[in-house]
Ligand binder design. Structure first.
Ligand code: TRP
Length: 447
């Protein structure tokens, strides 16, 4: 892609796969099951679904619409809508850009672990036990090496641009991931203990609901749908005009939520199956042990129990997970890269290497100070910045943007929108409910 012609997704299916590719990632397979398991199971699931439906989906429509209207990077898109206060608009765009860069910096570390777990069975089979041992055990050196490998893969895809890089990869590989998931879920339910996990997952214990859980569930929903940091605004800017945005957003949100739900259906039963196999997941009084590496304990235990097939499936699963993480991280890197292309008139290739390189350095710094920085960066960006930026976009769409322009933009792909239910509810909803609800969830724990 050269800087004066904007890239575009070449088909509707390609866009849905790319946007779903951005949404489906570590958030679904690592974040969601971990948070569900450590928040009592079913109760978290219920609140999460409510958050996706009531807050994240309307905001997804808002971000995509803003992006397609602006046909530019988030900084200039926001300026073109918020014409009375371009300086504030630009600053908001920059904050979103920095947030997405920091999300990528910790995301690449976890994605690096997936790279390790993909290759552990390979090194084992090849007889390099010392290497696989090194890959399993947590160390700063391992984390740095893996994060660098993953970051370089990310840079290589992003520098290829929209339809050749991002779209091609997403379209081919996302469907494969869904199939593998289905196979693994069927397998886990043949194992003793699985039903106990299913109960924990699907039978909500509402006494578990508290303010912190609501904040967590909201953050998780925003994270999972890639909202707040203007990723979806950027993807919207590459979207063709004849696409029906509310419908597409609903499809993307459904795929994303479906995959998160399926991941829970796999991981929670697999926890109890692993427990039956003697993997210590719970403390003596039944509390979940360190949750961050839950997925990395439970899944290998499951693959081990499968014998020879397990090694093959394990390789396939983690490779596809790396790809799912890659389709998410390319969308994160695309935010600052698109800004640099338009605002600084940089070409895509140097922009990708310079920005990707800086973010990689941040990842390394986090790896070397893991205990202090990892949780901090993850929490500040995902629990606070994403929903708060989301509230800002809601104000922009609901109060600042001219209602008619918003309508015209949505009409391109949805000509009879005015006669439908969506248009009766959504503009009003984004205007009043979204910003207020987001702020209220934050205030709730104080009472
Ligand atoms: N949604 C992705 C996941 O669940 C991560 C992601 C991609 C993201 N782009 C984002 C999160 C933008 C926040 C903002 O893994």
């Amino acid at each position: 892609m050269v800087s004066n012609t904007r890239g575009q997704f070449s088909s509707k299916f390609g866009f849905i796969m790319a946007a779903a590719g951005s949404a489906v990632g570590l958030g679904n397979v690592w974040g969601f099951p971990t948070k569900t398991a450590s928040n009592g199971g079913g109760a978290f699931l219920v609140i999460y679904l409510v958050m996706v439906f009531l807050l994240a989906f309307p905001m997804l429509v808002a971000e995509l619409t803003l992006g397609r209207y602006g046909q530019a990077n988030p900084v200039s898109t926001l300026r073109s809508v918020w014409t009375k206060n371009k300086a504030v608009a630009g600053v908001m765009g920059l904050i979103a850009m920095v947030t997405s860069s920091f999300i990528l910096s910790f995301y690449a570390i976890v994605a690096g672990w997936l790279v390790a777990y993909a290759f552990i069975p390979v090194f084992d089979v090849a007889g390099f036990h010392a290497v696989s041992e090194w890959l399993v055990n947590f160390s700063s050196e391992r984390n740095v090496v893996l994060a660098v490998i993953f970051s370089l893969m990310n840079i290589l895809v992003v520098q290829k641009g929209i339809s050749n890089g991002i779209e091609r990869w997403s379209t081919r590989l996302m469907p494969l991931l869904f199939i593998l998931f289905a196979v693994m879920i069927i397998y886990i339910f043949t194992q003793p203990g699985a039903i106990e996990g299913l109960k924990m997952y699907l039978v909500p214990d509402f006494s578990q609901i508290h303010g912190g859980l609501m904040v967590d569930a909201m953050g998780q929903a925003f994270f999972s749908l890639s909202l707040g940091c203007s990723t979806m605004m950027v993807y919207g800017s590459y979207l063709q005009k004849d696409v029906n945005i509310p419908k597409t957003a609903a499809q993307v949100a459904s795929i994303d939520t479906g995959v998160a739900f399926a991941a829970g259906l796999l991981i929670l039963p697999a926890m109890f199956v692993a427990k039956n196999h003697g993997v210590d997941i719970f403390t003596d009084d039944g509390v979940l042990k360190s949750s961050g590496d839950l997925v990395f304990k439970v899944l290998p235990a499951m693959f081990d129990s499968m014998g020879g097939v397990g090694a093959v499936l394990s390789f396939g699963f983690f490779v596809l997970m790396v790809i799912a993480a890659l389709t998410s991280s390319i969308s994160l890197l695309e935010v600052p890269v698109s800004c640099a292309q338009d605002e600084l008139k940089m070409n895509r290739t140097p922009a990708t290497w310079v920005i990707g390189g800086v973010i990689m350095l941040i990842s390394i710094v986090i790896c070397l100070n893991f205990g202090t920085l990892f949780g901090l960066v993850a929490d500040v960006t995902t629990v606070y910045m994403q929903p708060l930026l989301g509230a800002v976009w809601a104000v922009v769409v609901g109060w600042i943007w001219h209602r008619n322009k918003l309508l015209q933009e949505l009409k391109h792909g949805y000509p009879d929108i005015e006669s439908g239910l969506f248009w009766k509810i959504w503009p009003w909803y984004v205007r009043f409910i979204c910003p207020v609800a987001i702020v209220m969830v934050f205030l709730y724990p104080m009472f």
